[in-house]
Design a protein. Structure first.
Length: 227
């Protein structure tokens, strides 16, 4: 009986020690993982602060004059702390562009570092689309690659409207952009996109007209299911 009691006591102590280690492990020992999308990043104050930090830090390093104009999208990844992958808007001299930034933080050390910052090249400009504003024959919707970053952003904005119309608890997921056309004007860029979504095993197609202003605000003008 004494032997059984000692074995039970030893097991209890061993399990308690394991629990103690698991609860007291430092954040720096978090296991690395994949990128996690942050769908509410545009309204997340912490992410907004990180975006501002990225622009300010870039300005300090490069002696530039970018002004932070908002978050487009954000993902995060567990490293020795957290690595935020941000896509943000910033302006200079009245021109608004999209930039990618990586910000590494270790909250327990109050550590924050800008690891990467660069402009995202997009074909969405009057010159690249051939929509020269002083040439009436060149105006109009033009085909554009479905892989263009701005097209993907437009599809994600349209997907939000698809989801808002649904009563299902199962969310829609964007599968692919089938085709896209764009037209640039002084006030906005207009996208006409055809995209596929799926919810579970069910796949559907939608057409949408999406507008993006020069400061990056989105409006869904027309959305309908496509058979």
């Amino acid at each position: 009986m004494a032997v059984l009691f000692n074995q039970f006591a030893y097991s209890t102590v061993f399990l308690s020690a394991l629990l103690f280690i698991s609860f007291t492990i430092t954040p720096a020992m978090s296991l690395p993982g994949g990128l996690q999308e942050m769908p509410t990043a545009q309204n997340d104050l912490e992410v907004q602060d990180l975006g501002k930090f990225a622009v300010d830090e870039h300005n300090s390093r490069q002696n530039s004059d970018l002004e932070y104009a908002g978050i487009v999208s954000a993902h995060k990844k567990v490293v020795a702390g957290l690595m935020y992958h941000l896509k943000l808007r910033a302006s200079s001299g009245g021109n608004v562009n999209v930039y990618e930034a990586k910000v590494w933080i270790k909250p327990w050390e109050k550590f924050k570092s800008l690891e990467h910052f660069e402009r995202v090249e997009s074909s969405l400009s009057p010159a690249d689309l051939g929509t020269h504003l002083d040439d009436s024959e060149a105006l109009g919707l033009r085909p554009i690659s479905s892989d263009d970053p701005a097209v993907k952003e437009a599809a994600k904005e349209a997907l939000k409207s698809v989801q808002a119309r649904s009563n299902s608890l199962v969310p829609y997921e964007l599968k692919e952009v089938v085709s896209a056309h764009a037209e640039v004007s002084d006030e906005h860029t207009k996208f006409n996109i055809l995209f596929k979504v799926h919810r579970g095993t069910k796949e559907e197609q939608f057409k949408a007209e999406v507008l993006r202003t020069v400061v990056g605000d989105w409006t869904i003008k027309n959305l309908q299911q496509h058979n």
